[in-house]
Write a protein that binds this ligand. Structure first.
Ligand SMILES: Cc1cc2nc3c(=O)[nH]c(=O)nc-3n(C[C@H](O)[C@H](O)[C@H](O)COP(=O)(O)OP(=O)(O)OC[C@H]3O[C@@H](n4cnc5c(N)ncnc54)[C@H](O)[C@@H]3O)c2cc1C
Length: 405
């Protein structure tokens, strides 16, 4: 788009997306299919990222649809088997459970993609999209009116839209402007992330060790490499961060019982304090929340961006239902209605799983281990669990007779 900003100019558009993270860029691309003009506001500050993101098949379908997959596929590692191993030393231990994508007729549950590659592909697609105007500065404040919403950027310039998509992260100002409050909580844990290579091939298997401090999860990357998300108590995180490369590599290998042979750390660990947050509403006053503006998860069970992609699909449908006004009350009501159960269920699930791992209370351990035993023994339950893990409602739908599916 060739338009240049001039001082005090009002830039009209259908939708203003605030935030240039993965959520904002994906939303701008998806919504540019629905409306004539999207303005994407936010600095393009995707620095050196060593994290990776596991995206399930429905999220991959959106990447395909947006023509991003051709570029990303070569850097994405399939996740064909997910294995849970009880690595606790407790009295009641759970059996090892394996979930195979082939069991539900899928070639993979999803793919693990380096964030660096994902952000680069999204930024390139945004630049090439003629319906998106990127404005690479911070939004400063908002004027929300009944019939339109304005985003004021540096220098007093205004972006006037029918709808604002707030993708400006966990401390969102756009959310505050819409008077949407949140509930927040913290976990007594820190997640360490790093990339390591290993002697033996991972064979597209992701292994999650359940430990007393939280999950220790290896997620395949291309080649004999994997990403690690290691959840520990903060004091243990400090200790692990103080280790040298060799000592840390040895610790990881032994923690995994050397199932991948000798391991060697490739990127030194980064620490992520663990917490959760959910918005009490997902849209109000011509502002719709997506991504970490709406929900924040501890990095357990690969939920964050997968859920964000469902936010984007739902806001796209809601916008598509009213071609005259993207921010009309019925659009916001439909979005609120659709997001509430999905976000509540995922938040509750991750919270419950994490708490069950941390708990030393015998009955809680019994419930956790019986649940895993049931999944191990019963294919029907396992199928339901796997399908629901990939897309909400998909498992329950499969239980219905074919004429009701
Ligand atoms: C360790 C870890 C592992 C994870 N693994 C997975 C996984 O495997 N699978 C998965 O699905 N999810 C995963 N997640 C979650 C996923 O990474 C996040 O959901 C996602 O990165 C959040 O993206 P976002 O765009 O919502 O937020 P952010 O990346 O925080 O982007 C917000 C953007 O808004 C911009 N901004 C802020 N204020 C303003 C303003 N005033 N004006 C304009 N712009 C503004 C910021 O500069 C930033 O670019 C993981 C998270 C962590 C921490």
């Amino acid at each position: 788009m060739t338009e240049e900003l001039t001082e005090k100019q009002v830039i009209p558009c259908n939708i203003a997306v605030i935030g240039n993270g993965p959520a904002g860029m994906l939303a701008a691309l998806a919504l540019s299919r629905r409306v004539d003009k999207v303005v994407l506001v936010g600095p393009c500050n995707h620095g050196q990222e060593t994290r990776t993101t596991a995206l399930m098949m429905p999220a991959i379908a959106l990447l395909r649809d947006l023509h991003l997959w051709e570029e990303l596929q070569a850097q994405a590692a399939p996740l064909r088997i997910m294995r849970i191993i009880d690595g606790t030393k407790r009295l009641i231990r759970s059996p090892c459970v394996e979930f195979r994508a082939a069991e539900i007729g899928e070639s993979a549950f999803g793919y693990n993609i380096p964030n660096q590659a994902l952000n680069a592909a999204l930024a390139k697609a945004v630049k090439q999209c003629p319906r998106i105007l990127p404005v690479e500065v911070l939004a400063e404040h908002y004027n929300l009116h009944e019939n339109y919403a304005e985003t004021v950027i540096a220098g007093g310039q205004k972006i006037r839209a029918q709808l604002i998509i707030a993708a400006d992260g966990r401390n969102s100002q756009a959310r505050q402007a819409a008077n949407i409050t949140v509930s927040r909580w913290a976990y007594p844990q820190t997640a360490l992330t790093l990339i390591f290579h290993h002697e033996l091939p991972h064979n597209a298997v992701s292994t999650e060790f359940h430990t007393e401090e939280g999950p220790f999860t290896q997620v395949p990357l291309i080649g004999k490499r994997s990403a690690l998300i290691w959840t520990v108590r903060p004091e243990q995180a400090r200790f692990l961060l103080s280790l040298g490369r060799q000592a840390l590599s040895d610790k990881i290998g032994s923690k995994m019982g050397f199932i991948l042979g000798k391991t060697e750390v490739e990127t030194m660990p980064e620490a992520w304090p663990m917490g959760g947050m959910t918005a009490r509403q997902f849209a109000a006053r011509r502002v719709a929340l997506i991504g970490e503006t709406a929900h924040l998860f501890p990095p357990i069970g690969a939920q964050g961006l997968n859920l964000t992609i469902r936010d984007i699909i739902d806001i796209g449908r809601a916008v598509g239902s009213n071609t005259a006004d993207s921010g009309a009350a019925n659009v916001l009501a439909a979005y609120n209605r659709h997001r509430r159960p999905d976000v509540a269920f995922r938040t509750g699930f991750v919270h419950g799983l994490n708490r069950a791992l941390l708990s030393d209370f015998l009955p809680v351990q019994l419930v956790r281990s019986s649940g895993l035993e049931l999944l191990r023994r019963h294919a029907l339950l396992r199928n339901l669990f796997m399908r629901e893990g990939m897309a909400p409602g998909a498992g329950l739908k499969k239980l219905l007779p074919p004429f009701l599916q």
